[in-house]
Design a protein around this ligand. Structure first.
Ligand SMILES: Cc1ncc(COP(=O)(O)O)c(C=O)c1O
Length: 467
Protein backbone atom coordinates (compact mmCIF):
# COMPACT_ATOMS: atom_id res chain seq x y z
CA UNK A 1 0.00 0.00 0.00
CA UNK A 2 1.18 3.51 -0.77
CA UNK A 3 0.45 6.47 1.50
CA UNK A 4 -2.85 7.08 -0.28
CA UNK A 5 -3.89 3.46 0.20
CA UNK A 6 -3.26 2.16 -3.31
CA UNK A 7 -1.67 -1.20 -3.95
CA UNK A 8 1.33 -1.77 -6.24
CA UNK A 9 -0.64 -2.83 -9.32
CA UNK A 10 -2.86 0.26 -9.08
CA UNK A 11 0.12 2.53 -8.58
CA UNK A 12 2.02 1.09 -11.56
CA UNK A 13 -0.91 2.04 -13.82
CA UNK A 14 -2.08 5.32 -12.26
CA UNK A 15 0.73 6.59 -10.02
CA UNK A 16 1.89 10.13 -10.70
CA UNK A 17 -0.58 10.66 -13.57
CA UNK A 18 -1.25 14.31 -14.34
CA UNK A 19 -4.40 14.97 -16.42
CA UNK A 20 -3.86 16.47 -19.87
CA UNK A 21 -5.80 19.70 -19.46
CA UNK A 22 -5.38 20.67 -23.14
CA UNK A 23 -6.84 17.54 -24.81
CA UNK A 24 -7.82 15.00 -22.15
CA UNK A 25 -5.50 12.32 -23.52
CA UNK A 26 -5.77 9.19 -21.33
CA UNK A 27 -2.21 8.18 -22.17
CA UNK A 28 0.07 11.17 -21.61
CA UNK A 29 1.67 12.63 -24.72
CA UNK A 30 5.26 12.10 -25.79
CA UNK A 31 6.89 15.51 -25.57
CA UNK A 32 9.55 15.15 -28.28
CA UNK A 33 10.95 18.64 -28.01
CA UNK A 34 14.42 19.91 -27.26
CA UNK A 35 13.18 23.04 -25.58
CA UNK A 36 10.14 24.93 -24.32
CA UNK A 37 8.80 28.39 -25.22
CA UNK A 38 8.96 31.28 -22.79
CA UNK A 39 5.87 33.52 -22.85
CA UNK A 40 7.97 36.63 -22.41
CA UNK A 41 11.26 38.11 -21.20
CA UNK A 42 10.35 37.86 -17.53
CA UNK A 43 9.29 34.24 -17.72
CA UNK A 44 12.68 33.30 -19.21
CA UNK A 45 14.42 35.07 -16.34
CA UNK A 46 12.17 33.37 -13.75
CA UNK A 47 12.66 29.91 -15.21
CA UNK A 48 16.42 30.32 -15.07
CA UNK A 49 16.19 31.64 -11.53
CA UNK A 50 14.01 28.70 -10.51
CA UNK A 51 11.20 30.92 -9.25
CA UNK A 52 8.95 29.62 -12.07
CA UNK A 53 9.09 25.82 -12.17
CA UNK A 54 8.10 25.39 -15.86
CA UNK A 55 10.34 23.53 -18.30
CA UNK A 56 13.22 25.10 -20.22
CA UNK A 57 15.27 22.47 -22.04
CA UNK A 58 14.93 18.67 -22.17
CA UNK A 59 18.39 17.95 -20.75
CA UNK A 60 17.20 19.67 -17.59
CA UNK A 61 13.69 18.21 -17.53
CA UNK A 62 10.82 17.07 -19.74
CA UNK A 63 7.17 16.28 -18.91
CA UNK A 64 7.28 12.74 -20.38
CA UNK A 65 10.43 11.94 -18.44
CA UNK A 66 8.92 13.48 -15.30
CA UNK A 67 5.89 11.15 -15.59
CA UNK A 68 8.20 8.16 -15.29
CA UNK A 69 10.13 9.77 -12.44
CA UNK A 70 6.97 10.31 -10.38
CA UNK A 71 5.73 6.77 -11.00
CA UNK A 72 8.98 5.02 -10.12
CA UNK A 73 9.43 7.14 -6.98
CA UNK A 74 5.97 5.99 -5.87
CA UNK A 75 6.66 2.35 -6.68
CA UNK A 76 9.93 2.48 -4.75
CA UNK A 77 8.12 4.23 -1.85
CA UNK A 78 10.74 6.94 -2.22
CA UNK A 79 10.79 10.71 -2.31
CA UNK A 80 12.04 11.49 -5.80
CA UNK A 81 13.56 9.94 -8.92
CA UNK A 82 15.75 11.11 -11.79
CA UNK A 83 15.36 9.45 -15.19
CA UNK A 84 18.53 9.10 -17.25
CA UNK A 85 19.49 7.37 -20.48
CA UNK A 86 20.77 4.02 -19.16
CA UNK A 87 21.47 2.03 -16.02
CA UNK A 88 25.15 2.89 -16.23
CA UNK A 89 24.25 6.58 -16.40
CA UNK A 90 22.14 6.10 -13.25
CA UNK A 91 24.98 4.48 -11.30
CA UNK A 92 27.37 7.20 -12.51
CA UNK A 93 25.04 10.08 -11.58
CA UNK A 94 24.31 8.56 -8.15
CA UNK A 95 27.98 8.03 -7.32
CA UNK A 96 29.14 11.41 -8.69
CA UNK A 97 26.40 13.00 -6.61
CA UNK A 98 28.12 11.62 -3.52
CA UNK A 99 31.82 11.33 -4.27
CA UNK A 100 34.76 13.53 -5.18
CA UNK A 101 38.53 13.04 -5.57
CA UNK A 102 40.01 11.53 -2.42
CA UNK A 103 36.80 9.72 -1.43
CA UNK A 104 36.34 5.99 -0.94
CA UNK A 105 33.50 3.54 -1.61
CA UNK A 106 32.91 0.13 -0.05
CA UNK A 107 31.18 -2.12 -2.56
CA UNK A 108 29.97 -5.69 -2.65
CA UNK A 109 32.23 -7.72 -4.94
CA UNK A 110 29.27 -9.45 -6.53
CA UNK A 111 28.04 -6.62 -8.77
CA UNK A 112 27.47 -6.01 -12.47
CA UNK A 113 30.79 -6.01 -14.33
CA UNK A 114 29.99 -2.64 -15.94
CA UNK A 115 29.65 -1.05 -12.51
CA UNK A 116 32.84 -2.72 -11.34
CA UNK A 117 34.59 -1.23 -14.38
CA UNK A 118 33.11 2.18 -13.63
CA UNK A 119 34.54 2.03 -10.12
CA UNK A 120 37.91 0.54 -11.07
CA UNK A 121 38.63 2.48 -14.26
CA UNK A 122 36.53 5.62 -14.58
CA UNK A 123 36.08 6.74 -10.97
CA UNK A 124 39.60 5.58 -10.03
CA UNK A 125 40.97 8.01 -12.64
CA UNK A 126 39.09 10.79 -10.85
CA UNK A 127 40.85 9.87 -7.59
CA UNK A 128 37.99 7.85 -6.06
CA UNK A 129 39.02 4.59 -4.39
CA UNK A 130 37.05 1.39 -3.87
CA UNK A 131 37.32 -1.71 -1.72
CA UNK A 132 35.25 -4.80 -2.47
CA UNK A 133 33.69 -7.03 0.16
CA UNK A 134 34.14 -10.64 -0.96
CA UNK A 135 31.29 -12.16 1.05
CA UNK A 136 28.56 -9.54 1.23
CA UNK A 137 26.84 -11.48 4.04
CA UNK A 138 29.84 -10.74 6.30
CA UNK A 139 28.78 -7.48 7.97
CA UNK A 140 32.06 -7.30 9.92
CA UNK A 141 33.90 -7.21 6.58
CA UNK A 142 31.80 -4.19 5.48
CA UNK A 143 32.58 -2.42 8.77
CA UNK A 144 36.28 -3.31 8.56
CA UNK A 145 36.55 -1.80 5.06
CA UNK A 146 35.39 1.64 6.24
CA UNK A 147 38.03 4.41 6.21
CA UNK A 148 37.83 8.05 7.34
CA UNK A 149 37.26 9.05 3.68
CA UNK A 150 34.50 6.47 3.01
CA UNK A 151 31.43 8.22 1.60
CA UNK A 152 29.15 5.42 0.38
CA UNK A 153 28.36 1.69 0.43
CA UNK A 154 27.25 0.07 -2.84
CA UNK A 155 25.55 -3.28 -3.51
CA UNK A 156 22.88 -4.99 -5.61
CA UNK A 157 19.69 -6.55 -4.25
CA UNK A 158 19.94 -9.58 -6.59
CA UNK A 159 23.36 -9.79 -8.21
CA UNK A 160 23.83 -11.77 -11.40
CA UNK A 161 24.68 -14.45 -12.29
CA UNK A 162 24.89 -16.00 -8.81
CA UNK A 163 21.52 -14.84 -7.40
CA UNK A 164 23.37 -14.11 -4.12
CA UNK A 165 20.70 -12.02 -2.38
CA UNK A 166 21.76 -8.97 -0.34
CA UNK A 167 21.08 -8.55 3.38
CA UNK A 168 19.79 -5.01 2.79
CA UNK A 169 19.00 -4.19 6.43
CA UNK A 170 22.31 -5.58 7.73
CA UNK A 171 24.41 -3.65 5.20
CA UNK A 172 22.31 -0.46 5.59
CA UNK A 173 22.72 -0.51 9.38
CA UNK A 174 26.47 -1.02 8.98
CA UNK A 175 26.64 1.90 6.52
CA UNK A 176 24.67 4.14 8.85
CA UNK A 177 26.94 3.29 11.80
CA UNK A 178 29.77 4.59 9.58
CA UNK A 179 27.71 7.71 8.80
CA UNK A 180 27.37 6.97 5.06
CA UNK A 181 24.45 6.13 2.74
CA UNK A 182 23.80 2.74 1.17
CA UNK A 183 23.28 2.89 -2.59
CA UNK A 184 21.52 -0.21 -3.93
CA UNK A 185 21.06 -1.35 -7.52
CA UNK A 186 17.56 -2.85 -7.60
CA UNK A 187 17.51 -3.69 -11.31
CA UNK A 188 17.00 -7.45 -11.05
CA UNK A 189 14.47 -7.37 -8.22
CA UNK A 190 12.38 -4.35 -9.28
CA UNK A 191 10.22 -2.60 -6.66
CA UNK A 192 7.62 -5.34 -7.13
CA UNK A 193 9.88 -7.89 -5.42
CA UNK A 194 11.62 -5.59 -2.92
CA UNK A 195 11.71 -1.89 -2.09
CA UNK A 196 15.19 -1.35 -0.63
CA UNK A 197 14.35 1.93 1.15
CA UNK A 198 11.83 0.00 3.28
CA UNK A 199 14.82 -2.01 4.55
CA UNK A 200 17.10 0.98 5.22
CA UNK A 201 18.75 1.71 1.85
CA UNK A 202 19.13 5.41 1.05
CA UNK A 203 19.53 5.64 -2.73
CA UNK A 204 18.26 3.11 -5.28
CA UNK A 205 19.48 2.85 -8.85
CA UNK A 206 17.96 0.96 -11.76
CA UNK A 207 18.78 -0.11 -15.22
CA UNK A 208 15.28 0.49 -16.56
CA UNK A 209 16.40 -1.27 -19.74
CA UNK A 210 15.62 -4.59 -17.99
CA UNK A 211 12.48 -5.65 -16.09
CA UNK A 212 11.02 -2.14 -15.66
CA UNK A 213 10.67 -1.92 -19.46
CA UNK A 214 10.41 -5.64 -20.11
CA UNK A 215 10.04 -5.17 -23.87
CA UNK A 216 13.75 -4.77 -24.51
CA UNK A 217 13.05 -1.94 -26.94
CA UNK A 218 15.06 0.84 -25.32
CA UNK A 219 17.53 1.74 -22.60
CA UNK A 220 16.87 3.80 -19.50
CA UNK A 221 18.05 4.28 -15.93
CA UNK A 222 16.85 5.82 -12.69
CA UNK A 223 18.37 7.31 -9.56
CA UNK A 224 15.82 7.12 -6.75
CA UNK A 225 16.29 8.99 -3.48
CA UNK A 226 14.63 7.54 -0.38
CA UNK A 227 14.64 11.03 1.14
CA UNK A 228 15.63 9.87 4.64
CA UNK A 229 19.42 10.31 4.83
CA UNK A 230 20.55 13.27 6.93
CA UNK A 231 23.11 14.89 4.60
CA UNK A 232 23.98 17.65 7.05
CA UNK A 233 24.62 15.47 10.10
CA UNK A 234 28.39 15.28 9.51
CA UNK A 235 28.94 18.47 7.48
CA UNK A 236 32.55 17.69 6.53
CA UNK A 237 31.56 14.37 4.92
CA UNK A 238 29.60 15.90 2.02
CA UNK A 239 31.08 19.40 1.59
CA UNK A 240 29.44 19.87 -1.84
CA UNK A 241 26.07 19.68 -0.07
CA UNK A 242 26.89 21.53 3.13
CA UNK A 243 29.11 24.47 2.14
CA UNK A 244 27.79 27.74 0.67
CA UNK A 245 27.20 27.58 -3.08
CA UNK A 246 27.34 30.61 -5.37
CA UNK A 247 24.48 29.24 -7.53
CA UNK A 248 22.28 29.17 -4.44
CA UNK A 249 23.07 32.73 -3.46
CA UNK A 250 25.49 31.59 -0.77
CA UNK A 251 23.25 28.95 0.77
CA UNK A 252 24.29 25.30 0.85
CA UNK A 253 22.22 22.54 -0.78
CA UNK A 254 21.30 21.27 2.70
CA UNK A 255 20.20 24.76 3.81
CA UNK A 256 18.13 25.30 0.69
CA UNK A 257 16.74 21.81 0.10
CA UNK A 258 17.05 19.90 3.40
CA UNK A 259 16.54 16.16 2.88
CA UNK A 260 16.35 16.77 -0.92
CA UNK A 261 19.93 18.12 -1.00
CA UNK A 262 21.48 15.04 -2.65
CA UNK A 263 18.79 14.49 -5.30
CA UNK A 264 18.71 18.17 -6.30
CA UNK A 265 22.51 18.23 -6.59
CA UNK A 266 22.47 14.95 -8.57
CA UNK A 267 19.84 16.36 -10.95
CA UNK A 268 20.93 19.98 -11.33
CA UNK A 269 24.69 19.70 -11.05
CA UNK A 270 25.61 16.14 -12.08
CA UNK A 271 22.97 14.91 -14.58
CA UNK A 272 22.31 18.33 -16.10
CA UNK A 273 26.02 18.94 -16.76
CA UNK A 274 27.13 15.47 -17.82
CA UNK A 275 23.97 15.15 -19.89
CA UNK A 276 22.83 11.50 -19.96
CA UNK A 277 19.35 12.69 -20.94
CA UNK A 278 16.84 10.05 -22.01
CA UNK A 279 14.80 10.55 -25.15
CA UNK A 280 11.16 11.30 -24.19
CA UNK A 281 10.25 8.55 -26.65
CA UNK A 282 12.24 6.03 -24.59
CA UNK A 283 10.60 7.39 -21.44
CA UNK A 284 7.22 6.71 -23.04
CA UNK A 285 8.24 3.15 -23.92
CA UNK A 286 9.47 2.67 -20.37
CA UNK A 287 6.21 3.91 -18.90
CA UNK A 288 4.26 1.48 -21.10
CA UNK A 289 6.40 -1.31 -19.68
CA UNK A 290 6.01 -0.25 -16.06
CA UNK A 291 2.21 -0.49 -16.35
CA UNK A 292 2.44 -4.32 -16.52
CA UNK A 293 5.46 -4.77 -14.25
CA UNK A 294 3.85 -6.82 -11.47
CA UNK A 295 2.08 -9.15 -13.90
CA UNK A 296 5.25 -9.83 -15.83
CA UNK A 297 7.45 -10.29 -12.77
CA UNK A 298 4.98 -12.74 -11.22
CA UNK A 299 5.25 -14.87 -14.34
CA UNK A 300 9.06 -14.39 -14.58
CA UNK A 301 9.65 -15.65 -11.04
CA UNK A 302 7.23 -18.56 -11.39
CA UNK A 303 8.86 -19.70 -14.64
CA UNK A 304 12.38 -19.19 -13.30
CA UNK A 305 11.72 -21.30 -10.24
CA UNK A 306 10.22 -24.08 -12.34
CA UNK A 307 13.26 -24.05 -14.66
CA UNK A 308 15.70 -23.90 -11.72
CA UNK A 309 13.95 -26.81 -9.98
CA UNK A 310 14.00 -28.82 -13.20
CA UNK A 311 17.70 -28.13 -13.76
CA UNK A 312 18.54 -29.11 -10.19
CA UNK A 313 17.22 -32.60 -10.88
CA UNK A 314 19.29 -33.21 -14.01
CA UNK A 315 22.44 -35.35 -13.90
CA UNK A 316 24.26 -33.03 -16.33
CA UNK A 317 23.89 -30.13 -13.89
CA UNK A 318 26.24 -29.91 -10.92
CA UNK A 319 24.70 -26.87 -9.21
CA UNK A 320 21.97 -24.25 -9.61
CA UNK A 321 22.40 -20.72 -8.19
CA UNK A 322 18.82 -19.70 -7.46
CA UNK A 323 17.95 -18.36 -3.99
CA UNK A 324 14.36 -19.60 -4.31
CA UNK A 325 15.64 -23.17 -3.99
CA UNK A 326 15.87 -24.56 -0.47
CA UNK A 327 19.38 -25.76 -1.37
CA UNK A 328 20.70 -22.20 -1.91
CA UNK A 329 22.93 -20.65 0.78
CA UNK A 330 20.95 -17.44 0.13
CA UNK A 331 17.54 -19.04 0.63
CA UNK A 332 17.05 -17.52 4.09
CA UNK A 333 17.82 -14.01 2.76
CA UNK A 334 15.44 -14.58 -0.15
CA UNK A 335 12.67 -15.62 2.24
CA UNK A 336 13.28 -12.50 4.29
CA UNK A 337 13.57 -9.90 1.52
CA UNK A 338 11.98 -11.50 -1.53
CA UNK A 339 8.86 -13.37 -0.40
CA UNK A 340 7.34 -12.99 -3.88
CA UNK A 341 10.30 -14.67 -5.56
CA UNK A 342 14.05 -14.38 -6.04
CA UNK A 343 13.91 -12.91 -9.53
CA UNK A 344 14.40 -14.72 -12.80
CA UNK A 345 18.11 -14.26 -13.50
CA UNK A 346 20.23 -17.13 -12.23
CA UNK A 347 22.98 -19.52 -13.23
CA UNK A 348 23.52 -23.24 -13.40
CA UNK A 349 26.71 -25.19 -13.89
CA UNK A 350 27.08 -28.05 -16.32
CA UNK A 351 29.49 -30.90 -15.79
CA UNK A 352 31.77 -30.83 -18.81
CA UNK A 353 32.94 -27.21 -18.62
CA UNK A 354 33.04 -25.00 -21.73
CA UNK A 355 32.23 -27.74 -24.29
CA UNK A 356 29.08 -28.55 -22.33
CA UNK A 357 28.10 -24.88 -22.04
CA UNK A 358 28.73 -24.38 -25.75
CA UNK A 359 26.60 -27.42 -26.64
CA UNK A 360 23.72 -26.20 -24.46
CA UNK A 361 23.81 -22.62 -25.72
CA UNK A 362 24.11 -23.57 -29.39
CA UNK A 363 21.28 -26.11 -29.13
CA UNK A 364 18.49 -24.02 -27.61
CA UNK A 365 15.99 -22.67 -30.12
CA UNK A 366 13.47 -20.68 -28.10
CA UNK A 367 15.88 -19.09 -25.62
CA UNK A 368 17.79 -16.19 -27.20
CA UNK A 369 21.59 -16.03 -27.09
CA UNK A 370 21.95 -12.46 -25.83
CA UNK A 371 23.66 -10.18 -23.34
CA UNK A 372 20.60 -8.62 -21.81
CA UNK A 373 18.39 -9.35 -18.80
CA UNK A 374 14.81 -8.97 -17.68
CA UNK A 375 13.30 -9.21 -21.15
CA UNK A 376 9.91 -10.89 -21.67
CA UNK A 377 11.86 -13.35 -23.83
CA UNK A 378 14.15 -15.90 -22.17
CA UNK A 379 17.86 -15.25 -22.70
CA UNK A 380 21.03 -17.28 -22.24
CA UNK A 381 24.72 -16.34 -21.97
CA UNK A 382 28.07 -17.92 -21.04
CA UNK A 383 29.64 -15.43 -18.58
CA UNK A 384 33.17 -16.92 -18.63
CA UNK A 385 33.61 -16.09 -22.33
CA UNK A 386 31.51 -12.91 -22.47
CA UNK A 387 30.68 -10.65 -19.51
CA UNK A 388 33.52 -12.01 -17.36
CA UNK A 389 36.04 -12.76 -20.14
CA UNK A 390 38.17 -9.84 -18.96
CA UNK A 391 38.73 -11.49 -15.58
CA UNK A 392 41.46 -14.03 -14.92
CA UNK A 393 40.49 -17.65 -14.31
CA UNK A 394 41.34 -17.14 -10.63
CA UNK A 395 39.10 -14.09 -10.37
CA UNK A 396 36.28 -15.98 -12.06
CA UNK A 397 36.79 -18.90 -9.68
CA UNK A 398 36.56 -16.49 -6.72
CA UNK A 399 33.25 -15.24 -8.12
CA UNK A 400 32.02 -18.83 -8.55
CA UNK A 401 31.93 -18.45 -12.34
CA UNK A 402 33.35 -21.62 -13.82
CA UNK A 403 33.64 -22.63 -17.48
CA UNK A 404 30.52 -24.76 -17.23
CA UNK A 405 28.36 -21.96 -15.78
CA UNK A 406 25.45 -20.78 -17.91
CA UNK A 407 23.34 -17.70 -17.12
CA UNK A 408 19.63 -17.62 -17.77
CA UNK A 409 17.21 -14.72 -17.71
CA UNK A 410 13.90 -16.54 -17.75
CA UNK A 411 11.08 -14.83 -19.63
CA UNK A 412 7.31 -15.07 -19.58
CA UNK A 413 6.80 -17.78 -22.22
CA UNK A 414 4.80 -20.96 -21.50
CA UNK A 415 6.89 -22.90 -19.02
CA UNK A 416 6.36 -26.20 -20.87
CA UNK A 417 8.00 -24.67 -23.96
CA UNK A 418 10.89 -23.37 -21.88
CA UNK A 419 11.45 -26.74 -20.23
CA UNK A 420 11.36 -28.44 -23.64
CA UNK A 421 14.04 -26.02 -24.89
CA UNK A 422 16.18 -26.58 -21.78
CA UNK A 423 15.83 -30.34 -22.31
CA UNK A 424 16.92 -29.81 -25.94
CA UNK A 425 20.04 -28.07 -24.61
CA UNK A 426 20.74 -30.85 -22.13
CA UNK A 427 20.37 -33.49 -24.85
CA UNK A 428 23.07 -31.65 -26.80
CA UNK A 429 25.25 -31.64 -23.68
CA UNK A 430 24.82 -35.41 -23.38
CA UNK A 431 25.80 -35.86 -27.01
CA UNK A 432 28.96 -33.79 -26.65
CA UNK A 433 30.14 -34.71 -23.21
CA UNK A 434 28.96 -38.31 -23.09
CA UNK A 435 28.17 -40.30 -19.99
CA UNK A 436 31.78 -40.21 -18.73
CA UNK A 437 31.85 -36.44 -18.73
CA UNK A 438 28.74 -36.21 -16.63
CA UNK A 439 29.84 -35.34 -13.18
CA UNK A 440 27.64 -37.54 -11.07
CA UNK A 441 24.88 -40.07 -10.86
CA UNK A 442 21.29 -39.17 -11.49
CA UNK A 443 19.92 -37.69 -8.34
CA UNK A 444 17.55 -39.37 -5.87
CA UNK A 445 14.01 -39.41 -7.08
CA UNK A 446 11.88 -39.54 -3.94
CA UNK A 447 8.83 -37.37 -4.50
CA UNK A 448 8.88 -34.42 -2.17
CA UNK A 449 8.15 -30.72 -2.10
CA UNK A 450 10.29 -27.63 -2.31
CA UNK A 451 9.16 -24.79 -0.14
CA UNK A 452 9.31 -21.90 -2.51
CA UNK A 453 9.14 -18.71 -0.53
CA UNK A 454 5.50 -17.68 -0.43
CA UNK A 455 4.06 -20.75 -2.07
CA UNK A 456 4.75 -24.45 -2.36
CA UNK A 457 5.35 -26.15 -5.68
CA UNK A 458 5.06 -29.93 -5.95
CA UNK A 459 8.28 -31.41 -7.22
CA UNK A 460 9.15 -34.84 -8.51
CA UNK A 461 12.78 -35.11 -7.53
CA UNK A 462 14.57 -32.78 -5.18
CA UNK A 463 17.99 -33.10 -3.67
CA UNK A 464 20.28 -31.04 -1.54
CA UNK A 465 22.70 -28.81 -3.41
CA UNK A 466 26.16 -30.12 -4.04
CA UNK A 467 28.81 -27.56 -3.37
C1 LIG B 1 22.44 -4.81 -12.32
C2 LIG B 1 22.73 -3.91 -13.47
N1 LIG B 1 22.93 -2.60 -13.25
C3 LIG B 1 23.19 -1.76 -14.27
C4 LIG B 1 23.27 -2.21 -15.56
C5 LIG B 1 23.57 -1.24 -16.66
O1 LIG B 1 22.39 -0.95 -17.32
P1 LIG B 1 22.30 -0.33 -18.81
O2 LIG B 1 22.66 -1.44 -19.72
O3 LIG B 1 20.88 0.11 -18.91
O4 LIG B 1 23.27 0.78 -18.86
C6 LIG B 1 23.07 -3.55 -15.84
C7 LIG B 1 23.17 -4.04 -17.23
O5 LIG B 1 23.14 -5.22 -17.50
C8 LIG B 1 22.78 -4.43 -14.77
O6 LIG B 1 22.59 -5.74 -14.97
Amino acid sequence: MSDDGHGFATEQVHGGFLPDTAHGARVPAIHMTSGFLFDDFDQARERFAGTDDGYTYTRLGNPTNADVERRVALLERSAEAILVGSGQAAVTVALLGLLQAGDHVVSARSIYEGTKGLLLQNLARLGIEVDFVADQRDLDAWAAAVRPNTKAFFAETIPNPKNDVLDIRGVADTAHRAGVPLVVDNTLATPYLVRPVEHGADVVVHSASKFLSGHGAGLGGLVVDGGRFDWGRTPERFPHLTTPDRALGGQSYVERYGSRAFVVFARDVVAARIGPSPSPFNAFLLRQGIETLSLRVERHVENALAVASFLERQPEVTSVDHAGLASSPYHDLAQRYLPRGAGSVFAFTLAGDEPAARAFIDAVQLISRMTHLGDVRSLVLHPATTTHAGRTATERAELGIGDGLVRLSVGIEDVADLLADVERGLAAVRAVVGPDGVGREARPTSPTEVTVLAHTVPQGHVVAQEV
